[in-house]
Design a protein around this ligand. Structure first.
Ligand SMILES: [Zn+2]
Ligand SMILES: [Zn+2]
Length: 308
């Protein structure tokens, strides 16, 4: 798994930062990419990466402000032009369906693949054998969500020494033992997996939040996140401005990461008012509260290694 930041600016694009979009690449895990928000020109940003629009399986929209959705119809259309045939599912607040369907209809766009649009409320919005996605409500001028991607715990490693000691020689049977709770051997013995396997590996937890005011109570939902992606539209001193505009400051993002006992904070959605040295200062003030902070920039890649 890897996070790839395609746009890290707030409001309007600047030369340094395009508007919001973030890819979660899961090429090894599921041969697909999930996208979070799709600001204008996201598809141009994608052209400069190894992300394949055909591989984009799901797009999660945090909220319907233009800097998070104006790139969506274009990307969906290009995905079709480039021969995408596999289904694509969109998740987002109420209004997303009308927006996308209207844009496609009035522009006479026909997609070559099935498009599903799911308007979400708070709670579990997707689950399969490997992952669970939950949406949490935020506080912004428009309805805004955060998405928590929780990977399910993985079974631990098989203990070959213990198996050999029990007289089970290596072979395809090992795979079978790992995959099943109980396995019958050729001699009729039943092997219980739990006796021959190490501790299970904790699944990764990634939280990607849309624009929001600081909400202390979110710390419970974000508890022990491996990665927290949080906006920081304002510097620490501008708390009142942040509140007035329904945004957060660097210090507030760091405070939330600390309360949640997260492993890593990545701040994004940076205003173009902060350039060069000033942007460095944003990072410094966040790190004073939560040392394990990085500030994202366009094309910043952040690996999310599996837990040991
Ligand atoms: Zn925004
Ligand atoms: Zn917004």
């Amino acid at each position: 798994m890897e996070l790839f930041f395609l746009g890290t600016g707030s409001g309007v694009p600047s030369k340094e930062r395009n508007v919001s979009a973030l890819a979660l690449q899961m090429l090894q895990e599921r041969q697909s990419t999930w996208l979070f928000d799709c600001g204008e020109s996201t598809q141009h940003q994608i052209l400069r990466t190894n992300i394949r629009p055909r591989r984009i399986e799901k797009i999660f929209i945090t909220h319907l402000h233009g800097d998070h959705i104006y790139g969506l119809p274009g990307l969906l259309s290009s995905r079709s032009f480039q021969g995408g045939e596999t289904p694509c599912t969109l998740y987002g607040p109420k209004g997303l369906k009308e927006y996308v369907e209207t844009a496609l209809r009035v522009s006479g766009t026909r997609l070559s693949y099935p498009l599903k649009i799911i308007e979400v409320a708070e709670g579990v919005i997707y689950e399969d054998e490997g992952l669970l996605v939950e949406s949490i409500g935020l506080e912004h001028g428009l309805e805004s969500f955060g998405y928590i991607i929780q990977e399910k715990d993985q079974p631990g490693e098989l203990l070959p020494e213990k198996l050999k000691a029990a007289g089970v020689s290596p072979g395809p049977i090992y795979q079978k033992i790992k995959q099943n709770e109980a396995t019958e051997l050729s001699d009729g013995r039943i092997i219980q997996r739990e006796d021959f396997i190490g501790p299970s590996k904790r699944g990764r937890k990634i939280a990607i939040l849309g624009d929001t005011r600081y909400i202390e109570g979110l710390a419970d939902d974000l508890k022990h996140a491996d990665i927290l992606v949080h906006e920081a539209t304002f510097a620490g001193a501008d708390e009142q401005l942040a509140f007035a505009y329904f945004h957060s400051t660097t210090r507030q993002a760091a405070q939330l990461a600390k309360l949640a006992d997260a492993k890593q904070l990545i701040i994004s959605h940076i205003s173009s008012r902060y350039q060069g040295e000033e942007a460095e200062e944003l990072l410094r003030e966040a790190r004073k509260i939560f040392p394990n902070t990085v500030i994202a920039h366009d094309f910043y890649e952040h690996p999310v290694p599996a837990n040991k």
